[in-house]
Write a protein that binds this ligand. Structure first.
Ligand SMILES: Cc1cc2nc3c(=O)[nH]c(=O)nc-3n(C[C@H](O)[C@H](O)[C@H](O)COP(=O)(O)OP(=O)(O)OC[C@H]3O[C@@H](n4cnc5c(N)ncnc54)[C@H](O)[C@@H]3O)c2cc1C
Length: 317
């Protein structure tokens, strides 16, 4: 159940009054914190849940040009700031979570969870997608982030990303035009991926199951998987490991307000219970400052930060 704000002013004076008619759903003033992995963040001005790809395309084509659009997956790599998100937040639902197996290929809808994608590949004895079980996000977020684990990344198995561009046109972007590199892709920021087409050759189900199991065990050992976190905070600099630099800078267990550098994996920041987004971001910046001071290396945020920063009274103390 989404927490939404009630308004006394007529819709015409608000953003929702300027948005085109859609078949899906709009909701205003939606509290983001309850469904972000970090459990922090302010309200989204409007959340749009499209009914299907055509509905999303119509929305993108007809929305006023000055209205910013932010698409989110399941927020496992996202920090929503305390001031909330202006404009429209697009969240893809069930209609975008379909899986279609083809000859040697598979199409996963963008809202499919990576874990479910790897399990459905296992059920059909299709190989090469086992690494998805190590990444707790959705296919859409994985396409944008070129997510990867255990020596494989999305770009290694992707054939094409399919979606809608900023003008509402359907698009299919072949992998070699996605500009995918380590935790990054150069596809236009306005593009919303609705599905991905991947290679999925036949494999030995027993071997696939064994790989998935060993990935799960390795993750449970090395990552704070039950915690309120956003995964790796910083990208690994060329040839180096961010966690080692953070450790060497003496940041393991460092705290700021309710935010803490994880004891288990010091490239993970954790909301210990009452953190604000400002606590988490300030802690991340402090880690960057200390790493720069101790090693001369400037860490790049891997976590995507969206929304308006505000300082909450008493936070970050
Ligand atoms: C415990 C933990 C462990 C993790 N381990 C790994 C790991 O091993 N490897 C790794 O790579 N990542 C890891 N992550 C990070 C995260 O799971 C990945 O980056 C994942 O791909 C993000 O997917 P998401 O659906 O959660 O996207 P979100 O976090 O919601 O969004 C991430 C970015 O993708 C964009 N986006 C989301 N959906 C779409 C879409 N449909 N179209 C266009 N853009 C979109 C958003 O705008 C945002 O910029 C981990 C996170 C956690 C919490």
């Amino acid at each position: 159940m989404m927490s939404v704000e009630r308004y006394d002013t007529p819709a015409e004076g608000r953003l929702i009054g300027r948005l085109p008619p859609v078949r899906g759903k709009y909701a205003e003033g939606v509290a983001m914190a309850p469904f972000t992995w970090f459990r922090v963040g302010g309200r989204a001005e409007v959340v749009f849940r499209p009914m299907d790809r055509e509905d999303l395309a119509g929305f993108m084509a007809d929305k006023p040009k000055d209205v910013p659009v932010t698409v989110i997956g399941v927020t496992s790599n996202l920090l929503v700031r305390d001031g909330g998100v202006q404009g429209v937040v697009v969240r893809l639902g069930k209609a975008f979570a379909r899986t279609e197996f083809l000859n040697g290929q598979v199409r996963f809808g963008a809202a499919t969870l990576n874990g479910n994608a790897s399990l459905s590949a296992l059920r059909l004895g299709r190989s090469g997608l086992e690494f998805l079980s190590g990444i707790p996000g959705s296919i859409g977020g994985g396409l944008r982030m070129n997510a990867g684990a255990y020596s494989r990344e999305f770009k290694d198995v992707l054939i094409a990303a399919e979606g809608i561009d900023g003008a509402g046109q359907l698009q299919s972007i072949p992998v070699d035009e996605m500009g995918m590199s380590y935790r990054h892709c150069t596809a236009a920021a306005e593009s919303i991926f609705t599905s991905g087409l991947f290679t999925a050759p036949d494999g030995d189900p027993a071997e696939i199951a064994c790989q998935i199991e060993s990935i799960r065990a390795a993750r449970a050992k090395s990552q704070p998987i039950g915690a309120r976190t956003g995964g790796s905070t910083f990208a690994n600099p060329n040839g180096l490991k961010a966690w080692e630099l953070i450790e060497a800078a003496g940041c393991r267990n460092l705290r700021m307000g309710g935010a803490m550098v994880s004891e288990k994996h010091c490239n993970f920041l954790i909301n210990t219970g009452k953190a604000t987004a400002a606590d988490i971001e300030a802690l991340g910046e402090e880690v960057r400052r200390r790493v720069l001071e101790s090693s001369g290396i400037e860490l790049r945020w891997e976590i995507q930060r969206v929304g308006v920063p505000i300082r909450i009274e008493g936070a970050g103390a």
